[in-house]
Design a protein around this ligand. Structure first.
Ligand code: AMP
Ligand code: TRP
Length: 338
């Protein structure tokens, strides 16, 4: 339910901090490409302003932003079809975020689990930006009146907050100006788990590199990490119900299903009964076949960062055609003299 005449529009973002991993690819990038290819107007964003909520070395941030843009393009995001931007070049994101800081309530923000996880034990030392992060995220989405946001499961709570902010703004000012954005969290890989611990999500902040497959890992590294992935001693089941209490087995099957674009049941019909010793090499071959062309293309694109900068510059111009009028209208609604 988005009500008034909101044109379908997709927005999503990824932080340019650290390397892209298989969780980002299956939970986000691959699904962005699917949305783009359905012909819906799509905007994809390197959220550099979000990244600095924790310390970033300036040179690393610049490099990661370009490398992430290369990752989007190499995965199939076509800058002729989608708008590709880095957040800081479209100032309306930060401008609307301020307004949302004044709409969101302290009590709502205090419930955000990502803040609790990222701030850790010493929340007093966390930046104010880390606490306010979800209001900026809501602004990223609503400054486009985006109706659909494909993300991994970990972002669900932030999208609910985005809807709460939109609803409160609309209610307080008596307008139907911001859409209630729909999260798009679908498919077998909305939560890819660590290869070392099936109860933790695969994450760039995990200290163990063996816990994740990075998009830039070479074929041998991918094969070794999958071979060493934690499993149990049983054979694979023939139906999804058989994975219920087997988080590590379920994770590897989900990864296989997502990489091969098949439902889990179809995969299990094929591999049910196999031991991990047989299944893991097949999974490794599939992962290498899907990821190596992407990492090679990323490396090629990174040879010419000026081309990436040009694409992001043009993306920002296209984005501002959407964002500038929405910000103007917001200011008008809230009573700013223009
Ligand atoms: P981040 O790397 O935290 O900026 O996340 C970027 C996107 O990747 C978001 O849509 C996340 O939901 C998604 N994502 C991150 N980690 C995972 C994971 N382990 N499984 C599925 N999606 C993920
Ligand atoms: N918060 C998201 C993450 O940590 C990244 C993000 C920022 C985002 N703004 C967004 C995702 C807007 C979707 C839409 O992964």
């Amino acid at each position: 339910m988005t009500t008034p005449p909101f044109v379908p529009r997709v927005f999503s973002g990824i932080q340019p901090s650290g390397d892209l991993h298989l969780g980002n690819y299956l939970g986000a990038l691959k699904r962005f490409v699917d949305a783009q290819n359905q012909g819906i107007q799509s905007i994809y964003c390197m959220v550099d302003l979000h990244a600095i909520t924790v310390w970033q070395e300036p040179a690393d941030l610049r490099h990661s932003t370009r490398e992430l843009a290369a990752g989007f393009i190499a995965s199939g995001i076509d800058p002729e079809k989608s708008i590709l931007i880095n957040q800081s070049q479209v100032p309306e994101h930060a401008q609307l975020a301020w307004v949302f800081n004044c709409v969101a309530r302290m009590g709502w923000m205090k419930r955000m689990t990502q803040f609790k996880d990222k701030a850790g034990k010493n929340a007093e030392a966390a930046s104010l930006g880390l606490f306010g992060y979800p209001a900026l995220m809501a602004a990223d989405i609503l400054i486009y009146h985006a109706t659909h946001v494909p993300v991994g499961e970990d972002q669900k709570q932030h999208l609910e907050l985005t809807r709460d902010i939109a609803a409160k703004f609309n209610h307080d000012y008596g307008v139907e100006f911001f859409p209630l954005t729909e999260p798009v969290i679908e498919g077998p890989a909305t939560r890819v788990m660590s290869l070392r611990d099936g109860s933790k999500k695969m994450s760039k902040s995990d200290p163990s590199d063996a816990s994740r497959i990075n998009m830039t890992d070479d074929a041998d590294t991918i094969a070794r990490k999958i071979r060493k992935a934690k499993t149990d001693p049983d054979a694979l089941p023939s139906e999804a119900a058989g994975l219920a209490d087997r988080p590590e087995a379920r994770n590897l099957v989900n990864i296989y299903a997502a990489l091969s674009d098949q439902p889990v049941d179809a995969v299990l019909a094929e591999i049910g009964g196999q031991q991990f010793g047989t299944f893991k090499p097949q999974l490794a071959d599939l992962a290498v076949a899907k990821l190596s062309p992407i990492s090679q293309e990323m490396a090629r694109l990174m040879n010419d960062p000026s081309e990436i900068d040009r694409i992001l510059g043009r993306g920002a111009e296209q984005a501002r055609e959407i964002t500038a009028p929405i910000l103007e209208k917001t200011y008008e609604i809230i009573g700013m003299v223009r």
